[in-house]
Design a protein around this ligand. Structure first.
Ligand code: F6R
Length: 602
């Protein structure tokens, strides 16, 4: 959600900023902007819409030699996505870019307006630059003015600020939003994720919350409070394996196809012939754990919910699931001996991160299941299990979901293995099934073509209900989320057995029901629920390994002997169905409207 890049050096500053933003664009794409400072003069460019518009706007701008630059790609929180609201925001002589939300901006803005300051945008960000300039007018000392500014603002932020009257310096601050520093041979970067740094910097410094300071052409000074911090550098990969679509129409499509390989990676050296190994968990990490609390947002929450069936069924351990944004504000009671597990693709989701901090404060042991090493969530938790999905570019999560469910299944088996909840034979059977997931996830061209052809019948109607039972209920939720976020059609996921308690009132030929029918779990119950809908003339698309006499359409999956193998195969089906419907409707599949890849505001 929003992306930040900063640069100090003598290479092509414009290229550095725009290429950095390109790596971050999928995180927010309603406007973008950059400011370049050379010899005490700052040039600023902003454009509404995708980054290409900023590229066009800066086509004739050709800065040469040493320069300082800051840039931003925005996902609007305060104020519409207009050019005026795009970052960088300006004062009289300084410019700022910011990710996050300044929660007390209204009172700060009111008091600045009283002092005669004129605001031009509707953003919370603009207050930072005016506050800084008003402190500077009092203190006559830029560093002190920046320190006072950081002291006055509340909320979550990653901030870069440059000032014509200071030159050659970027002031920075980080609290609750990601920010890291990259160092190359003769240049330095700031970025809100690793992506812009890879291939251009050898090492990165991951700033802790509460860090602030400055960077100039000679020095980096980092403080937490008043204390100077010696930065810990971590090496970065040398090459940017720039995500390419590799012949696919969209990143999302490529990532659906990548799931087989990604889950193979997830399982490597973890699912051995008769035993599960999780080397990341220190010996004794699970000692004393009596129950689990899983907490996440969106698709990651659906992975959590899916796994809650596995933890209870396989590991016989009590498990509760929480939506992070709800958990944070309902005064939850955290039990002693409960392991608090957060699940996040990006590792930066604000609500999940805050829930994790709450759990830590209350003394819980914490575990992150995350796709991004060195992300805030991976670093904050007591231990982390990486999902190894690789970079996910499509805003709609696909391979992150399948790898998360795989790690959670691994964890359920690991707990069962340690506690003896599964005997050796059942454990071996589970592991054997798990090792077949990569082949089940491989997309068959004829299956994809069938879904593509079928999708044309599902472009209208007054809504979609994805229904399932047991494990297939969270998958139904995920199917509905995938469809609505990229096609903008209304879709709901529902437990099939609940339809008769209300939603069945909607049933008619224009209500499209997508039924996830497992052969291995509650098949007869599910069929009865489906027949109740057919009896009310709802249009029914069955996803199943068996024909269903009265279904309007069928997407046939292979016959599997384990429910999770059906689960993973159906996962690809619901993803492809959403993709093909969205493509027919002509939406921007990889960057759907109003969304961003990483939700770093609450
Ligand atoms: C949906 C989607 C989102 C994310 C959610 C959590 O396709 O991608 O619902 O799952 O924003 O994000 P992470 O997993 O990064 O914490």
């Amino acid at each position: 959600m929003c992306g930040i890049v900063g640069y100090i050096g003598s290479n092509n500053v414009k290229k550095a900023l725009l290429e950095g933003l390109k790596e971050l664009e999928y995180r927010g794409y309603d406007s973008a902007g950059l400011a370049v400072m050379q010899e005490g003069r700052i040039d600023v460019f902003k454009a509404v819409g995708k980054l290409n518009n900023l590229v066009d706007k800066t086509a004739a701008f050709d800065p040469k030699g040493f320069a300082v630059g800051i840039a931003h790609t925005r996902w609007a929180t305060h104020g519409k996505p207009t050019e005026i609201n795009a970052h960088p925001h300006r004062g009289d002589h300084s410019f700022v870019v910011h990710n996050g939300i300044i929660e007390n901006y209204k009172s700060l803005k009111d008091s600045l307006i009283e002092k005669g300051v004129r605001f031009i945008s509707q953003t919370d960000t603009e207050v930072i630059v005016h506050l800084y300039e008003s402190f500077l007018a009092q203190t006559k000392e830029a560093f002190r003015a920046f320190e006072l500014t950081i002291g006055a603002i509340e909320g979550a932020y990653a901030i870069l600020l440059i000032d014509e009257t200071v030159g050659k310096t970027i002031f920075f601050a980080k609290k609750g939003s990601p920010l890291q520093i990259g160092e190359g041979t003769s240049w330095r970067y700031f970025a809100s994720s690793d992506a812009p740094l890879i291939g251009v910097c050898e090492s990165a410094i991951y700033l802790d919350d509460g860090s602030w300071g400055y960077m100039n052409d000679r020095d980096i000074k980092i403080f937490v409070g008043n204390a100077t911090v010696s930065p810990q550098k971590k090496p970065l990969p040398l090459t940017r394996s720039a995500a390419q679509k590799e012949g696919f129409r969209f990143f999302m499509e490529k990532e659906i196809y990548e799931q087989s390989r990604a889950v193979g990676e997830t399982l490597t050296s973890r699912a051995l012939a008769n035993v599960v190994r999780l080397d990341e968990l220190q010996e004794g990490f699970l000692d004393g754990v009596e129950s689990l609390r899983l907490c996440a947002c969106g698709t990651s929450y659906h992975a959590a919910l899916s796994s809650s069936y596995l933890f209870e069924r396989l590991a016989k351990i009590e498990t509760r699931c929480e939506i992070a944004s709800e958990f944070r504000y309902r005064d939850p009671i955290l039990r002693k001996n409960e392991l608090f597990i957060v699940i996040s693709q990006s590792g930066e989701t604000a609500d999940t991160l805050e829930a994790l901090k709450m759990a830590k404060r209350s003394g819980s042991k914490t575990l992150a299941i995350c796709n991004v090493d060195n992300s805030s969530i991976s670093r904050e938790a007591d231990a982390a299990l990486l999902t190894r999905a690789g970079v996910e570019k499509g805003v709609a999560s696909t391979k992150a979901f399948s790898t998360q469910v795989t790690v959670l299944w691994l964890l359920a088996l690991y707990i069962a293995q340690n506690s003896g909840a599964l005997n050796a034979e059942d454990l071996a059977r589970e592991i054997n099934a798990m090792r077949r997931v990569p082949s089940v996830l491989a997309i068959k061209p004829e299956r994809h073509e069938h879904i593509r052809r079928l999708s044309k019948r599902y472009l209208h109607g007054h809504g979609f209900f994805f229904i399932g039972r047991d494990l297939f209920y969270p998958l139904a939720l995920e199917g509905a989320l995938k469809l609505k976020e990229i096609s903008y059609l209304h879709a709901e996921g529902y437990p099939a057995g609940e339809m008769k308690h209300g939603p069945i009132a909607l049933a008619d030929p224009e209500l499209f029901t997508i039924a996830l029918i497992s052969k291995n779990l509650l098949k007869d119950k599910m069929q009865s629920n489906v027949e109740e809908l057919i009896a009310r003339d709802s249009t029914l698309l069955a996803i199943s390994s068996e024909r269903l006499a009265l279904a309007d359409d069928l997407i046939e999956i292979d016959e599997q002997d384990h429910p999770l193998l059906e689960f993973f195969e159906m996962t690809t089906v619901i993803q492809l169905l959403a993709l093909e419907i969205a493509i027919r409707l002509g939406t921007d599949v990889d960057m759907p409207r109003n969304l961003a890849k990483s939700v770093t505001v609450e």
